[in-house]
Design a protein around this ligand. Structure first.
Ligand code: NDP
Length: 248
């Protein structure tokens, strides 16, 4: 029980990596506020956890990370019901590919609002609660393209590069309050986000991964358990690749 009774908020938990994180955290005994824009999309996760009788608890909440008011209300709900927040996972994200010449302002705004402004806003809100406790762990989802770049992904890679740098800055600023901030940088993880954009290229992509397979959401979730737990109490400001050694 690495996360026994830890109160956690995981954004974008309706599918893919966020869903796996919420489930793994609950298996480790956490009280997990699993969020997505549409609360109905979380029903199967809650039912699955209940059927499997996981040690912790999953509570579904509706939260659009681009909506400042909803973020504030979610944090107030957690404060009212639990009095604390131990872990924030900024997982919600979108990937919209566009070649140079095809990028428009709406795409840039949507991408930065979801992948960068949302996490910064939630870090501000969560750290207020965590400062009072004198401890907390914030985990952000970056990406290998945030450091390596990729064709078609000027905007997406810029958002994920921003996530890596904001992680390092927030870690430096919040360390004195006992708050740790780390990021995971997945390579190619087999989720809807990957399949919608790149499924046709799967074989070619596997050839570029030295461990010989696509990543699974659970591979990322297990690393998040480490960052969320007291096993990583002396680790902050790190960007950990979860990519099976990929060349892009
Ligand atoms: P999915 O598309 O499978 O899931 C994305 C999740 O984010 C959904 O639960 C969706 O919920 C939620 N979401 C999207 N926009 C918002 C929003 N505005 N507010 C709240 N929730 C939102 O993505 P993945 O699981 O693949 O990706 C998760 C994270 O990992 C992302 O940040 C992504 O950039 C990152 N990543 C993924 C990689 C991959 O190969 N899959 C590689 C590297 C990084 P709903 O639409 O129901 O609201």
């Amino acid at each position: 029980m690495l996360l026994e009774d830890k109160v956690c908020l995981v954004t974008g938990s309706s599918r893919g990596i966020g869903r796996a994180i919420a489930k793994r955290f609950a298996e480790e005994g956490a009280i997990v506020y699993a969020s997505a824009r549409n609360i109905d999309s979380l029903a199967s996760l809650v039912d699955e956890a209940a059927a499997e009788d996981v040690a912790g608890k999953i509570i579904a909440i509706s939260l659009d990370v681009c909506d400042e008011l909803q973020c504030k209300e979610a944090m107030m709900l957690i404060k009212k019901n639990r009095g604390r927040l131990d872990v924030l996972v900024n997982n919600a994200g979108i990937m919209k590919d566009a070649l140079i010449g095809m990028i428009n302002k709406a795409l840039m705004e949507e991408s930065f609002e979801t992948n960068v402004y949302g996490p910064i806003n939630l870090i501000q809100l969560a750290s207020k609660l965590m400062k009072r406790q004198g401890c907390g762990s914030i985990i952000n989802l970056s990406s290998i393209v945030g450091t390596e770049g990729n064709k078609n992904q000027v905007v997406y890679s810029a958002t994920k590069g921003a996530v890596a740098s904001l992680t390092k800055s927030a870690a430096k600023e919040l360390a004195e309050y006992g708050i740790r901030v780390n990021a995971v940088a997945p390579g190619i993880i087999d989720t809807d986000l990957f399949r919608a954009a790149k499924e046709k290229e799967t074989e070619k992509m596997i050839e570029s991964i030295r461990l010989g397979r696509l990543g699974q959401p659970i591979d990322v979730a297990n690393v998040c358990v480490f960052f969320a737990s007291d096993l990583s109490l002396y680790v902050s400001g790190q960007i950990l690749g979860v990519d099976g050694i990929i060349s892009i």
